[in-house]
Design a protein around this ligand. Structure first.
Ligand code: ZN
Length: 257
């Protein structure tokens, strides 16, 4: 909050009319703002002065008659009551702040849904990797694998990546969360199987937790497998293996069309 925004609330604050988050909001501003703190003190001193009705105010020892004191006190109480009735305006202002906080919550929830959707693809990729279903085609040449997928997937098979530092084993038509996918199996260091899933998922946003060679990667570990999910020009890729996380990241970094 700025001094301008808080200005109109200082008097009510000095009278102790705020509580909970509103009070905390004002106090957090006051903690760092001498001017507004002085403003609150001035209001409090003024009220003390009036309620004391000249006794102990500005060093004056002239005491007002009881009747005057009572009428000033009554007027002050009336003022507080009026302001309480008029709280609609301040409440509306605070309502705007609350709405902003709610918008923040919506963004936070939306970010949560994005993460959830992305991680559902990762889970599906890991489940498919674990199943190790038989391959439809076996070949060590990427061009042969790509031509196998021609007409069988809804994206150009040329988008299937070459994992340069691994040996190609073969491919299979697969699906990930209702998306048709090209499933390509690679091998590294003898028995270490690597699954690459390539699919078209326009609605998928990948929340990155690592950036490697201009690629925003979501790296996850589930059931002892490391998985990476990323998107490149609209096409989504997921790599799953029991290789170390760094080995998988290296494979992604070295991959090319
Ligand atoms: Zn201030």
């Amino acid at each position: 909050m700025t001094c301008r925004e808080i200005e109109g609330f200082l008097e009510a604050y000095a009278d102790g009319e705020f509580e909970g988050p509103e009070q905390a909001e004002i106090e957090s501003h006051l903690a760092g703002c001498d001017d507004c703190r002085d403003g609150v003190e001035a209001h409090k001193a003024f009220k003390r002065c009036l309620r004391g009705a000249a006794s102990g105010c500005s060093g004056s020892n002239h005491s007002a008659p009881d009747r005057l004191r009572a009428s000033i006190a009554g007027a002050l109480d009336q003022q507080v009551k009026q302001r309480q009735r008029a709280r609609l305006k301040p409440v509306l202002a605070w309502g705007v702040l609350t709405a902003a906080a709610a918008a923040g919550t919506v963004l936070w929830i939306r970010a949560g849904l994005v993460r959830e959707r992305a991680s559902s693809y990762v889970s599906a990729a890991i489940a498919n990797h674990q199943r190790a279903l038989p391959l439809d085609v076996q070949d060590e040449q990427l061009a042969k694998i790509q031509s196998f997928f021609q007409g069988k997937v809804d994206f150009p098979p040329s988008r299937i990546l070459n994992l340069r530092n691994a040996g190609l084993v073969g491919g299979r038509i697969s699906s990930l969360s209702n998306h048709q996918a090209a499933y390509v199996v690679w091998q590294k260091g003898g028995q270490r199987r690597i699954s690459l899933f390539v699919f078209d998922a326009p609605e998928l946003t990948v929340p990155r937790n690592r950036r490697v060679k201009d690629r925003d990667l979501l790296i996850a570990n589930q059931h002892g497998y490391n998985a990476v999910l990323w998107k490149d020009q609209g096409i989504a890729y997921s790599l799953v293996s029991d290789l170390d996380e760094q080995d998988i990241i290296d494979l992604v970094a070295a991959s090319s069309h």
